[in-house]
Design a protein around this ligand. Structure first.
Ligand code: 13P
Ligand code: SF4
Length: 326
């Protein structure tokens, strides 16, 4: 149940949900109050899968813009609203469609794999989409006779190359929030909590990934913490995820890995990592976007049509059973 001070607002949202025949989808990084009113909370893959199968008339997408766009591409005839239209992403910003098209033109043998954290216009230029939850599987399934181009997250791309042994040309984008984690800070956490498992998102730098017990998407992080016999975990991703971990893993302790802000005084420079875009959404804005059915995601017909192909390819490959060698 939502905390008492939010109860009237949460109840208003639940009433609007019924009236609109809406579904509320929320990313694991959303604030706890939003997670608590959502029908589904998960990672980018889970959210795309939910969007692909919903029978609701209105999708209220509590996440960032590219996620709501993905839901619209999968549901061109439904209304998709986002609580704050400025909820962007540094990865999406790093890769404008015209620059990608110019790079693609340099090699007709490129097969373009885009991390879902990109604009609809970029998706429309790509062969397949991946999320952090399925990137390894999808790159393993990529045609062997093609030159792979991976956009826009250089760190996720590096990690996938390590996992699959496939060489790829990498776009130089990053998640501004995940690259703030540093090796020294994590070594200090390891020394302070020697029993704790260190769980890292693949958007983090290699120097940080090297210290991990597990590297995975946000949804797989929750499964890992649920199934691991360990009682303490250092979590190297956006701090919003701790809400679900505490709810779904009773009796276990979660420690946010610290990030350091070089612009602040040494005495005041340790904080948990927060994505400023994800945190633009509030419970009030969720209510307002449902009341006004705005901000609404609208996309040109040509983009809607072309961007659907690589997303559907991702969903299809993702659903294939894993084939074990040997
Ligand atoms: P996942 O939840 O898919 O792991 O993605 C994390 C992220 O940074 C989303 O923007
Ligand atoms: Fe983008 Fe990083 Fe925020 Fe995710 S956490 S939305 S990758 S800026």
């Amino acid at each position: 149940m939502p905390p008492a001070r939010f109860e009237p607002l949460a109840l208003e949202i639940l009433t609007l949900k019924k009236q609109l025949n809406a579904v509320i989808l929320a990313h694991n990084y959303q604030v706890g109050e939003i997670q608590d009113v959502a029908d589904y909370v998960g990672d980018s893959l889970g959210l795309a899968q939910q969007a692909a199968k919903t029978s609701a008339d209105v999708i209220v997408f509590c996440g960032v813009h590219f996620m709501a766009e993905t839901a619209k591409i999968l549901n061109p005839n439904k209304i998709v609203v986002l609580p704050d239209k400025d909820a962007g992403c540094s990865l999406e910003e790093s890769c404008p469609a015209d620059k990608l098209a110019a790079l693609q033109a340099t090699n007709p043998n490129f097969w373009t794999i885009a991390y879902i954290n990109c604009s609809a216009a970029v998706k429309a230029l790509c062969d397949v989409i991946v999320t952090s939850g399925n990137a390894e599987k999808i790159v393993n399934a990529a045609p062997k006779n093609k030159d792979l181009l991976f956009v826009p997250d250089e760190n996720l791309g590096q990690w996938v190359m390590d996992q699959t042994g496939r060489s790829m040309t990498l776009w130089r984008g990053n998640c501004y929030a995940h690259v703030e984690f540093r090796r020294e800070a994590l070594l200090q956490m390891r020394a302070k909590f020697p029993q704790a498992k260190v769980v890292v998102h693949p958007e983090a730098l290699r120097e940080v990934r090297e210290l991990a017990d597990a590297i995975c998407s946000t949804e797989k992080m929750i499964t890992y913490c649920q199934t691991s016999p360990a009682k303490q975990f250092v979590i190297v991703t956006e701090s919003g995820i701790i809400h679900r971990m505490q709810k779904e893993c009773p009796g276990k302790a979660f420690i946010c890995a610290p990030v350091f802000d070089v612009m602040k005084l040494p005495s005041d420079n340790c904080r948990c990592s927060e994505c400023k875009y994800m945190k633009l959404n509030t419970l009030e804005k969720v209510r307002d976007c449902m009341k006004h059915l705005a901000p609404r995601i609208e996309l040109p017909e040509s983009i809607l049509k072309r961007a659907r192909l690589p997303i559907e390819r991702m969903l299809e490959i993702s659903a294939r059973p894993l084939v074990h060698a040997g």
